[in-house]
Design a protein around this ligand. Structure first.
Ligand code: AMP
Length: 471
């Protein structure tokens, strides 16, 4: 059952703080939007590595009692999202194991595209795997390395991997943080000032985790870089040759929190720019701009500011319902939209509405919302999407369904417009998206919009097939 090819996750690490596990809880709590299915913390002191993980939300899992059972001045934490068939605690992270390099814990965000091939080879040689997650492959490679130090063994392992990984590793005496040579997934680095001129170093998928714990963002772990923090201080090194960067643009479109800096850039700024450019690119005469909360809010603010059409929160979200997209069956997904959103009739009745969302995947959400807005009395509904049509699945860590299920892979924009029953439908162009994220140096991955994958995918057919199994 090794068929998982999309790990949307949040990771966090801290070194040198006596309340490391409590801070690791807060860090990953701020990253809860990156995955709601399972969460885990591993901590370490000079004697041992300790771990607790479970299915569910961070705030429910980590009671004060459990945090107290995770001692030490260093910790890593993880929150994970997964799809049907793979929802078992065995796959929850961090993975905590005893190796010939000592006890370690590891947590990972991204998707290793050659994990299946590596695993097959290792299994033929007698290796035993307990989970279906690709992270376990890294542990096996690390453990088999002839190198003596943990950092050198990890380097050996990482050089065999392809695809996306931003990972954190914990041992009794150090933490190591690494990012794949293309830098698909984010990994921010920061510090907390302690008394007596001492520092605690922190790492997180997004800087909103730093804001919560009062840490200062100093920059990103660079693609192809490995950062080790130990009693000797912080050490940065390249583990792989420089490659063109392919940072995931979808982090800016949808995935990250707007109050985060991702790849050194404010997510809110990118999203407002997307909305502004969309308004210039695809104007329409209308009375109100209404976002699909929460993902459409920032681009709708931009669209409204640029067009002069008033912004109205015409749809109200129930915040206690999980993301509808996460529901495994189509029947529940359909129901979920109504559970999640309710229109305000007094704001929509008789109005020409510009409805703004970040993306259309299968088209089911848009269709329901357009109907909902119309049934609340809207005269016209003009749908504006703050990214280009999603035409190809992601193999680098974002959950997208198979190509067959991606409505834009198989239909023209006008066919989609008819399907979602909008009066007009426009997507942000790729050029405008690139300008919105200030991509002068082509540092982002746009594979979901272009089908051009930035790494060689030797097993592309298998990857495509696996998408069918899991999505
Ligand atoms: P759909 O109904 O399949 O067209 O889903 C579109 C909605 O899903 C949009 O409102 C997006 O904000 C949201 N969405 C897009 N990509 C993802 C993703 N990878 N994970 C969760 N939600 C997503």
């Amino acid at each position: 059952m090794f068929d998982k090819f999309h790990e949307e996750c949040g990771v966090f690490a801290i070194y040198g703080h006596r309340e490391a596990s409590a801070l690791a809880k807060l860090g990953v709590y701020a990253l809860q939007h990156r995955g709601q299915e399972s969460a885990g913390i591993a901590s370490a002191d000079s004697k041992d590595v300790y771990c607790h993980k479970a299915m569910g939300h961070v705030s429910d899992i980590f009671t004060a009692e459990i945090i107290n059972s995770l001692p030490g001045d260093k910790a890593i934490s993880h929150t994970r999202y997964s799809t049907a068939g793979d929802t078992v605690v065995l796959n929850a992270q961090p993975f905590c194991v005893a190796t010939n390099k000592g006890r370690i814990a590891i947590a990972h965000n991204g998707n290793i595209t050659n994990a299946k091939e590596i695993r097959r080879t290792l299994e033929q040689e007698g290796a035993i795997f307990s989970a279906s997650s690709d992270t376990e492959v890294v542990l096996h490679l690390l453990s088999r390395s002839r190198q003596k130090t943990l950092a050198a063994a990890l380097r050996d392992a990482l050089l065999q991997l392809e695809g996306a990984f931003s990972l954190v590793l914990l041992a009794r005496d150090q933490i190591i943080v690494a990012r794949d040579p293309h830098g698909f997934r984010p990994m921010a680095m920061g510090y907390m000032e302690l008394s007596g001129d001492r520092f605690s170093y922190v790492f997180a998928s997004e800087t909103c985790a730093f804001d919560l714990i009062g840490a200062v963002y100093i920059g990103d772990v660079e693609p192809g870089e490995m950062v080790t923090v130990s009693a000797g201080g912080l050490h940065r090194e390249r583990f792989a040759p420089v490659q063109p960067k392919s940072q995931c643009v979808f982090e800016h479109v949808y995935f990250a929190r707007p109050d985060s800096m991702v790849f050194g850039r404010s997510v809110q700024t990118s999203r407002e720019q997307m909305g502004r450019r969309l308004a210039r690119q695809s104007p329409v005469e209308a009375d109100v701009v209404v976002p699909l909360p929460d993902s459409g809010v920032a681009p709708a603010i931009g669209y409204s500011a640029e067009s002069g059409i008033p912004f109205r929160m015409g749809l109200i979200r129930n915040h206690y319902v999980g993301r509808t997209f996460i529901e495994p069956s189509q029947a529940i997904r359909d129901f979920g939209v109504r559970l999640k959103l309710n229109p305000i009739r007094s704001l929509l009745e008789g109005k020409r509405v510009v409805l703004v969302d970040d993306s259309i995947v299968r088209g089911t959400t848009s269709r329901k919302i357009v109907r909902m807005v119309r049934s609340a009395g809207a005269k016209e509904v003009h749908l504006r999407i703050s990214c280009p049509p999603t035409i190809s699945p992601c193999f680098y860590g974002v959950d997208t369904p198979t190509k067959n299920e991606l409505i834009a892979a198989n239909h023209t924009v006008d066919e989609i417009r008819r399907y979602v029953e909008a009066d007009s439908l426009e997507y942000l162009s790729l050029t405008n998206l690139r300008q919105s994220v200030e991509d002068e140096r082509v540092e982002y991955c746009y594979a979901c919009y272009t089908g051009d994958y930035p790494t060689e995918l030797v097993n592309i057919e298998e990857l495509m097939k696996s998408k069918t199994v899991t999505s």
